[in-house]
Design a protein around this ligand. Sequence first.
Ligand code: TYD
Ligand code: MG
Length: 454
Amino acid sequence: MPRPASVYRCQQCGFASPKPGTCPDCKRASGELVPLVEERAAPVAPGARRAALAAGTRPQALKDVAMERGDRTLTGIGELDRVLGGGLVRGSLVLIGGDPGVGKSTLVLQAARALARVSPPVLYVTAEESAAQVKLRADRLGIGGDGLLLWAESDLGAVQAELDTVKPRALVVDSIQTVFLPELESAPGSVAQVRECGARLMTLAKGRGLATFLVGHVTKDGSLAGPRVLEHLVDTVLYFEGEQHHAYRVLRAVKNRFGSTNEIGVFEMAGSGLVEVPNPSGFFLAERPAEAPGSVVVSALEGTRPLLLELQALVTRASFGTPRRTVLGADYNRVCLLLAVLEKRAGLPIGGQDVFVNVAGGGRVNEPAADLGVVIAAASSYLERPVPPDVLVLGEVGLTGEVRAVNGIEVRLRAAAQLGFKTAIVPRSNVEGSLPMAVKGVATVSDALGALLG
Ligand code: TYD
Ligand code: MG
């Protein structure tokens, strides 16, 4: 038998070439020289690739297709269920990506425990840590063993062989970069392995109706390590994010075949694992200083869910040279634009001042609806006049200083009203019908400054 031919593959984008060298695609995209790695192509039996998605089916009329809508299991972790689109779908493959140490293993272990309660058994395959290490974490989280099977194994072939004996209702694989298929010669974590392991797990998930959680690592630039095909393959991609020095973590759906991608789940990393934060706004506003200049509360919309965040600005005389602009938690260019509007349209001479903008508590806001909040915070700091603590500020700001309408005004205001806010400064075009709290409509930045800071 002839020796199988080698291919040389880029480990970042999956580009394949018959010759060694560096990846032309990555060079074009980022200027980086990524070496191609040799892979011995494993002989693939004819037909072996045909996924068992629906073996032996024929085309059928749309109206005859059986619905599987009821096949959801609530994990019991409300924030996770919400992000999944209302529970875990039978036979779905869910990829959870995130930086090292953000808490992916903790999250899947807690999810596995919760699932083991409602639909045991659950098989947790750890290819990264030893069973003892996972046990240590489980003890810390107060997780007992009922219905939860732990297995330190990185050979996916062995896992597959065991499924018939164990018959798990859900499977966790931690992580996709450390498991491997022995028939491939490439190392675990290589593009070929990640792709084939992903495809194998997909086949198992669909063929057996086995809900599967996959943990994935992210690279320096924040995308999931391994080939993009993995993201295309799986049903759901969730990112687990958090700032290193803050306890809160956000689970965000970036792809979901069974639900909206706008939803987020919020957790706090505590000594005893991840704790759901059903009211994240209270969390972010907990330490808000009263009557301090430069602090403004905005209501950002994450999917269907309003999130109240405190924007802080500090405007101070530039000590030397070019004034500095430092922005944390918001878009730098957007903030620079807003400061320019504040200077030019409202006549506040802040061009020569250092400006620092921060979202308190390590939060992040990427919405135009927070524009007016940034402008007011900067003005409030410059003028040394505080914004009243029970006032909410909403509005998109245009280059001529006009304040434009925002979407979802009602939900945003309702959330604020629940937390005790009394008045909102909103775009004039949003003022209509009955709104959940007293509002003052403004048409320009100057209007807003006049209304709030005199
Ligand atoms: P881990 O789930 O191992 O992260 P990942 O799998 O994403 O790499 O969690 C790592 C961090 O979480 C670690 O720095 C310690 C912290 N942690 C807690 O603060 N409380 C806990 O109960 C647990 C289990 C972890
Ligand atoms: Mg881990």
